[in-house]
Each structure stands twice: as C-alpha cells, then as structure tokens.
Design a protein around this ligand. Structure first.
Ligand code: NAP
Length: 307
C-alpha cells in the first residue's frame, strides 16, 4: 500500500467537487409527487400552499417563481396571495387568519422582507404553527432549539441536508456559520449542533472574519453580501455551503467569491443550483406533512376521537 505522499501520483486538479442540489431535489420531488397523488386519493383534495407577497420585490419574485414551478411539478396548487405595500399590519393579519381558517390551505409562507411599517413579530405570531411550513413561528423555533420535532426553516435544513446527502461527515468537525438570522444562520447552526458539529457563529460585529473562517472544516455562509468570503479567507480542503442568493446586474451570485474559492475548497455548492432547489423540495415535503396532520386531525375531530 502506498502511504499518502509516498510515490503516489497526484491527479491534475480539475476543480472542486460541486455539491449540486438539483439531483437531490429531483429525487425528493419524484417521491413527493407520488405521495401527493396518494394524499389526493385518500382525502379527495389536493392541498394548497399559500404564499403571501406584500408589495413588489425583485429577488422575491425570482424565488416565488421557483416555488410555484416546484408546486406544479409535484401536483400541489400554489396560490400567490398578492397584497399591496400600503396594507396595515391588522389588514395583513386578517388575511393570514383567513388562510389559517381555510381547510384547503395546508401551508402558509409569508415572503420576506415586509414593508418597514409592518412589525414582523405581529405577522409571524398570526400564522397558525400547524401551517407554518417554513418554521418561522416562535413555537416551531422553540421546538427546534429544544431538539423536538417541529417545522424546520427549509433553507437552513437544505444547507445541512446537502452535506448529509453528499456523504460529508459533520460529527466532530469544526463548523463555522456566517450569519445569524432567524431564518437561516441561527437554525442552521442549531441543526449542525444536532449533527454533533462543533459550531461557531459569526456575524456583522465579528472581528477579523477571516481568522475564524480559516479555522473551518465546514463553512456555511448566509449573509446576503455578494462575494463576502474570498479564497484567502478559506483553508485548503474546506467544504463550503453558499446559501446566498444575490441579484447582481443580470446574474445570480452567492456570498462566496467562487472564482477565488474554487482552487482552495474540497467541495462547494454552486449558486444558482446548490441550496436553492433543495430548499423548495424540502418546503413541499413540509407541506405534505402539514396536510396529512391536518387531514388526520380533521377526521379525528369529525369522529370524536381526539384526545
Ligand atoms: P439577513 O436576515 O439579512 O441576515 C444576514 C446575516 O448576515 C446577519 O446575521 C448579519 O449579521 C450577517 N452579516 C451581514 N454582513 C456581514 C458581514 N460583513 N460579516 C459577517 N456577517 C455579516 O439574511 P438571510 O435572510 O439570513 O439570508 C442570507 C442569504 O441567504 C441572502 O443572500 C438570501 O438571499 C439567501 N437566502 C437563500 C435562500 C435559499 O433558498 N438558498 C433562502 C433564503 C435566503 P448581523 O446579525 O450582525 O446583522
């Protein structure tokens, strides 16, 4: 046997391993399409996903088109609820409560960002936690932090799932998460901790970002700052998950500067085509779970068998 570095001919470097989300998402979608068809057969209706969009926002429009396309692919009806940017917080909550009460709507997503005059907390609190398929309600966030079963924020879950499904070991690794938002950075860090990573979280007040990122064996980046992480901030052999989706000119780019990173990393998620496609597929798997729970609860109530 040849020991590493002893007479072994190293192959010419052809670039990093690309961790593509597309094939994994396609697999999930294929089984979801069957599951949704079975759901319809059993319960007599196809569940809907309601997406609430307040005002017009260019990056949101890109993202929403993708979700609606994924809905079509798995046989779910995606319902876009467009509301004018001048809506009041009360008006928006009333609309969400209407969706909470609609039995055909199994899941609700409120697209962020909201206009500045609407308090985020009020809106989040108004979503029925049983329909909160992107895990933003405090009940689901609390369940995640305690390690119990709830709805996970799909993007954070996708960032971790792409590692697991690509066979990348997390347990015991030095994992660094850049970004601490409630929807991505914080839940991703909790999920990575659940996978037994040794997790460090960085944010905009962190001093000497590169000092910490160079320590990472696995680096998750979710900042919304295009090209923030460059090759010289990485250690050779690191695995990078770039969650960022930024519209720069006509292009979609990540938070990692791919050109300078590609010769340093062992593996990296491309943007687009990495975390994004997987996020949508996972979101719809949450919708399926929500729909089943609601249908079973409805049936138990009708039969008087709830505890
Ligand atoms: P966010 O709410 O704006 O949070 C950004 C986080 O990054 C904050 O915690 C912020 O720190 C930190 N940050 C900003 N500038 C930084 C800097 N220079 N150094 C270190 N940390 C910095 O954004 P988000 O909602 O988490 O989204 C992050 C990215 O993911 C965006 O590009 C978004 O488009 C993308 N995204 C992708 C998907 C997908 O499906 N792939 C889904 C959702 C979002 P502070 O807390 O200190 O301000």
């Amino acid at each position: 046997m040849t020991a590493p570095g002893e007479g072994a001919i190293s192959p010419a470097r052809v670039g990093p391993r690309l961790l593509a989300g597309g094939p994994i998402a396609a697999e999930i979608r294929a089984s979801l399409a069957e599951d949704f068809a079975r759901f319809k057969e059993r319960w007599g209706y196809a569940p809907s996903l309601a997406i609430v969009l307040v005002g017009a926002d260019a990056p949101s429009a890109v993202y929403l088109r993708q979700i609606l396309r994924t809905c079509d692919k798995v046989g779910v009806s995606g319902r876009l609820v467009e509301i004018g940017a001048d809506v009041t917080a009360d008006g928006l909550c009333t609309e969400i409560e209407r969706l909470n009460a609609d039995p055909a709507v199994a899941g609700i997503i409120v697209q962020m960002p909201l206009p500045a005059h609407i308090p985020l907390r009020t809106v989040i609190d108004s979503i029925d936690p049983a329909k909160d398929i992107d895990g933003i309600h405090p009940r689901n966030a609390g369940l995640l932090s305690l390690g119990y079963e709830g709805f996970l924020p799909a993007t954070a879950q996708a960032a971790v799932e792409i590692l697991k499904r690509s066979g990348i070991e997390i347990a015991g690794k030095r994992v660094v998460v850049v970004g601490r938002s409630n929807v991505v950075g914080k839940p991703a860090a909790l999920l990575l901790l659940r996978e037994h990573g040794s997790v460090t979280i960085l944010h905009s007040k962190t001093r000497d970002l590169g000092h910490h990122t160079r320590d990472a064996e696995i680096l998750i980046v979710a900042t919304g700052r295009p090209g923030l992480i460059t090759g010289e901030m990485l250690s050779p052999g690191v695995v990078v998950v770039d969650v960022g989706i930024n519209v720069v000119g006509e292009e979609l780019v990540g938070d990692v500067d791919f050109e300078s990173a590609k010769d340093v990393v062992a593996a990296i998620t491309p943007v687009p085509g990495g975390v994004g496609p997987l996020t949508n597929a996972l979101l719809l798997s949450h919708l399926l779970r929500a729909a089943r729970d609601q249908a079973e609860l409805g049936s138990a109530v009708a039969q008087g068998t709830t505890r």
